[in-house]
Design a protein around this ligand. Structure first.
Ligand code: ATP
Ligand code: MG
Length: 1022
């Protein structure tokens, strides 16, 4: 910021603060008046306001009313504080005397928060207390106010500490903690005020809207107003990683793979032998085609054809055969093979192609990634019952039931439902075997994947890089694991996810507080529409900030650090040493130990203990080493006599990539007018200096003849370090913004899907909705297989009938559909759902829908009505969830592939949006189709499924923010100092989506990813 702009910014801020001052005198006047009241009279205010506000429904009217009562309501809180003074309250099991009455600056901070702003108030200015006033005021609406903290310890502490005020005034206060069961959570949310961490709030939202199947399971009750403490940490640093709930994939095939592995292995071996024979034959023929004496060959054409066919056969049977590859190195042979393939595909009926395949045990298609058992193969695997691996003709079977002797409609329906279940079980078995065949025939170790530490790791086919943690989808990864004999991991998948940004945008009103917001003001405004107001301190800040000291090497820097610690420690001053990583903390600790200096070390792991250690950091002679994040939010009070020797000294051992974090560390001293000082040490070897800005500095140092061991201090240096930091900040901001632009697309999808879900969860009776959906899908399908203009005889009624019979236990012959079309061709079309349909199509739709309804009536008659209601609800929800989770997956890979594709001049975001739109459209169609598919599943198995879902273990994941201190790194490579800046550079890669799917996308002929066992094009891919 230039000086001029700063002046303007500064003065704008001053004006803002000044504007709030008149409120302060109003509040104080009210408060004077309140002092006369009895405790009960004061409490009565709360009840009266609550009653009055509960009646107001209109948002604006409510806001206006709150503004109106603000001065008096704030005064009530202030007055309650006064009455509490001297009382003992218990905070985190420790007794504490209340001694706080809000200062005027705190009132100002509170007003700004009520207005939906971020208040920047220095450390120790009492932000915890500030928030109580806007919290109280807004909680009077009864709509629930959330106070968001950075960890469970602070949430519990603040809810107990500040709870004294709320309870005194007659409001209820709750706290959400990590290990609470849903019942307890719901009670906490039902309170007027609820404290908790961002992650808990976010996960509850995801569970409520993305996973709960009943209203009673939902715990939150809306998002009215939230005040976020340490707002920069939460909305900026934590916002780097989204909240993710993952759980085991619904479609697991693990057992099947292990079960079929031996069989598939012998199948593959037999096929290898077969193919070797074909290859030997082909080689012989090739020799014959090119006689060594150079003589002419008779029937060269037939010979060539035969060679081509043999080679094609091997390609189909063993695509990765080395022998084949060798032969194909000769382009002439490759040509023969291609010619044969073309010839086989030319024939419409594919008779020859089929015959060729039948020479094999199974046929592979590399392009479409399809594997099929041939008749020979089926006989091989199951000589007694080759049909065990053929999908039956369901339509005929179902029809036979209807045509059979059974007269009881109920029994017939049961029989048909069973046929469908058998069909699916068979489909799953076939899916497992073909997936294994793929794993054996198309995926080679050290080419498509490698084995490391008992894991199958995918090799990126474009870059050759390993991609640990990624998995092929649809059971393929597990099949490869089974093949390699390594542990078969349960498939996990993302069940629900949201970014912190989008979670907090849900709130009608948002506000925040922190010691350090100003440097990120643009981001707060841009992303969250949050303005920043800097509130002056209650007493003037008298902290002395030294210029940075700069050294050539880290070694020199740290020995200077130790020297300063020793000097100040000798004077009895407490020292807080900030480091950027756990590793640096530990290194420094060893150095101090060698010097015989007693000290404590803490990193950001155990919040409660940490809070206690940091709280003691102001005692005489204390030396405390801490990472930046450690103990944030806890108060460092000076011990007796410490102020006389100069107060707390903060010593920074490195500049952080964001200025904000440095300011946070500095702010730990000189709270509330205490004396104190700060000093940062830097070396040219520090990451920030190395990567972002040492050039000019080094040059200048050379000019002035800077030598090893020298120390340099100059205001100019501070400026150039700052500009390096600004560069990184800017870069990171852009990165976060970009990520968010991508996530916004998803966010819209999530909105639609969650609304749909909630409609179903909240609906009393969803049967009508279910039948509507069925009708919509029927219309879609009729449109797909029939045509307004063509003769009925040209309609694809067989396919339509197949679809109907696959989804509903009807056994509807195509002839009946044709009859319906004929008989209805002169009737008028009514109803908006059928717009654009011909009368015949309309008649077909009605015919099918009615039959489905009739069948459903039968089902209703033998179900328990309450259970059926649940089943219906669940039919819809499970379809939504299953496909939505697939969609999350797909969107992830879309983002990744768009990132890889590179679009020349085009903006990848635009491409992404276009494709995402298409995918979402498909999703909604697929959801409805899937719902149809499930309508007739039996109640008991459905409930069992529901129970299963409810009982599957879930994981919630939110990587800790790394801007402060050092979170444990998953690779065990914990806390390298270099992480700080490589993080800046890493940001790029971190913000990239991390797709789970890297295998081939589902081909039209692939088994459907929904696990139905049907081909994709015949299931969700229609
Ligand atoms: N009005 C007040 N009168 C007396 N003491 C106060 C008042 N307000 C706050 N305090 C005291 O100031 C200390 C710091 O308060 P608090 O932890 O809320 O500060 P903070 O602004 O949240 O700091 P941090 O940035 O570290 O989170 C506490 O010990 C608290 O008791
Ligand atoms: Mg605080």
């Amino acid at each position: 910021m230039t000086g001029l702009i700063k002046m303007i910014f500064g003065s704008r801020n001053d004006r803002e603060v000044k504007r709030l001052k008149p409120f302060v005198s109003q509040i104080n006047e009210f408060e004077n008046g309140l002092q006369k009241l009895s405790d009960d009279e004061l409490r009565a205010k709360t009840a009266a306001w609550k009653e009055e506000l509960a009646k107001i429904e209109d948002k604006d009217e409510l806001a206006q009313k709150l503004d109106e009562i603000l001065p008096e309501a704030f005064a009530v809180v202030k007055n309650a504080c006064r009455r509490l003074c001297g009382q003992e309250i218990t905070v985190r099991a420790l007794p504490q005397k209340w001694d706080m009455v809000p200062f005027d600056v705190q009132l100002i901070g509170g007003i700004a928060q009520h207005q939906g702003k971020i208040t920047e108030m220095a450390t120790g200015e009492g932000k915890t207390l500030v928030a109580t006033m806007p919290v109280y005021l807004n909680a009077l609406t009864g709509r629930g106010v959330h106070v968001v903290t950075v960890n469970d310890y602070l949430a519990a502490r603040d809810s107990e500490w500040m709870g004294a005020i709320y309870k005194f005034l007659g409001l209820t206060v709750g706290v959400i903690l990590h290990d609470q069961p849903p019942r307890v959570r719901r009670e906490q949310y039902a309170c007027d005020i609820t404290y908790g961490t961002n992650a808990e709030f976010g996960f509850d939202y995801l569970r409520d809207n993305g996973m709960a199947t009943r209203k009673e399971e939902q715990v939150q009750r809306g998002h009215y107003f939230a005040i976020v403490d340490e707002v920069d940490s939460i909305l900026i640093d934590e916002a780097r990683t989204p909240l993710i709930i993952s759980g085991p994939s619904v479609h697991t095939h693990d057992e099947q793979f292990a079960q079929w592995k031996p069989l598939v292995e012998s199948l593959v071996r037999a096929q290898q032998q077969l193919c070797n024979r074909f290859l030997t034959d082909a080689e012989k023929l090739i020799k014959k085609l090119h006689p060594e004496d150079g003589s002419n060959v008779q029937d060269a054409d037939a010979l060539e054809r035969e060679i081509g066919m043999l080679l094609f056969r091997v390609k189909t049977g063993q695509p990765k055969s080395e022998g084949l590859m060798k032969i194909l190195e000769n382009p002439e042979n490759a040509g023969l093979m291609n010619r044969a393939e073309l010839e086989l595909h030319k024939d419409q009926k594919k008779v020859d192609l089929y015959r060729e395949k039948e020479e094999l045990l199974f046929a592979m298609d590399e392009k479409s990634q399809e594997a099929d058992l041939t008749e020979k193969g089926r006989n091989f695997v199951s000589p007694k019952d080759p049909d065990a691996f053929v999908l039956p003709d369901l339509t005929t079977l179902l029809h036979d039931v209807d045509a059979g002797a059974e007269t009881d409609a109920r029994k017939r329906l049961e029989a048909k439902t069973k046929l469908q279940a058998d069909f699916e079980a068979k489909a799953q078995k076939i899916h497992a075997i073909t997936t294994l065949l793929k794993a054996y025939s198309l995926y080679q170790v050290d080419v498509e994947y490698v084995i490391q530490e008992n894991k199958v790791i995918i090799v990126d086919q474009h870059t050759g890089r390993l991609m640990p943690g990624r998995r092929w989808s649809d059971g393929l990864h597990q099949a490869v694991e089974a093949k390699e004999g390594v542990a078969i991991e349960r498939e996990t998948q993302t069940l629900a996810t949201i970014t912190i940004q989008n979670y907090f945008r849900l709130y009608q009103k948002l506000a925040g507080m922190t010691g350090t917001a100003e440097t990120e003001a643009t981001e707060f405004l841009d992303i969250y529409k949050l303005g920043v107001v800097t509130i002056p301190t209650n007493k003037p800040n008298i902290r002395k900030d030294s210029h940075d000291s700069i050294y050539k090497t880290k070694r020199e820097k740290f020995s200077a650090v130790v020297t300063e610690i020793k000097e100040l420690h000798a004077k009895g001053r407490p020292i807080l040493v900030g480091t950027v990583s756990v590793e640096t903390s530990e290194m420094l600790s060893r150095m101090l130990k060698r010097e015989g200096l007693i000290h404590s070390v803490l990193n950001a792991k155990y919040h409660q203990q940490e809070a206690e250690i940091v709280a003691r950091a102001g005692q005489r002679g204390a030396v405390t080493i801490a990472t930046n994040m450690a103990g944030r939010g806890t108060d460092i009070k000076l011990g007796p006599g410490v102020a006389d020797v100069g107060g707390l000294h903060v010593l920074g051992t490195e500049r952080h990539e964001a200025r904000r974090i440095d300011r946070q560390l500095r702010g730990r001293c000189s709270r509330q007018g205490d004396p104190g000082s700060s000093h940062f040490f830097i070396s040219l070897e520090d990451d920030l200096m190395r990567l972002f800005g040492s050039d000019r500095i080094v040059k200048m140092m050379e000019k002035i003849g800077f030598e090893e061991g020298d120390e340099l201090k100059h205001p100019w240096l501070n400026r150039s370090i700052q500009s390096a930091q600004k560069k990184v900040e800017q870069h990171n901001f852009q990165q976060r913004k970009r990520t968010l632009e991508y996530d916004d697309v998803m966010n819209k999808h999530r909105g639609v899907v969650y609304d749909f879900r909630n409609e179903i969860i909240n609906g009393e009776d969803v049967r009508d909705r279910l039948m509507d959906i069925m009708e919509e899908v029927v219309v879609e399908k009729v449109l797909e297989f029939t045509n307004t203009d063509t003769e009925h005889s040209e309609w694809k009624l067989r396919q339509l009938a197949d679809w109907v019979n696959l989804n509903f236990p009807l056994g509807m012959p195509e002839a009946e559909i044709l009859k319906a079309a004929e008989s209805g061709k002169d009737e008028p079309v009514t109803g908006s759902l059928f717009d654009g349909l011909s009368p015949a199509q309309f008649a077909v739709c009605n015919f099918i829908s009615e039959k489905v309804r009739d069948a459903y009536e039968i089902k209703i008659s033998f179900e328990n009505p309450d259970a059926l209601k649940e089943v219906e609800r669940f039919t819809i929800l499970s379809a939504i969830d299953r496909l939505w989770q697939e969609h999350l997956y797909e969107m992830d890979s879309l983002r990744y592939s768009i990132g890889l594709r590179g679009y020349g001049q085009r903006d990848p975001l635009v491409e992404y949006k276009a494709e995402a739109f298409k995918m979402f459209d498909e999703l909604m169609v697929n959801v409805k189709t899937q719902i149809c598919n499930n309508i007739f599943r039996s109640a008991s198995s459905m409930l069992a499924f529901e129970n299963f879902l409810r009982n599957v273990p879930q994981q919630t994941k939110h990587d800790p923010a790394s801007a402060f201190g050092d979170p444990p790194k998953p690779d065990g490579n914990q806390g390298k100092a270099s992480d700080v800046v490589s993080e800046a550079a890493d940001q790029l890669s971190k913000d990239k989506p991390k797709p789970k799917r890297t295998g081939p996308k589902v081909g039209r002929n692939d088994p459907c990813p929904c696990g139905s066992g049907k081909k994709y094009k015949q299931c969700c891919g229609r």
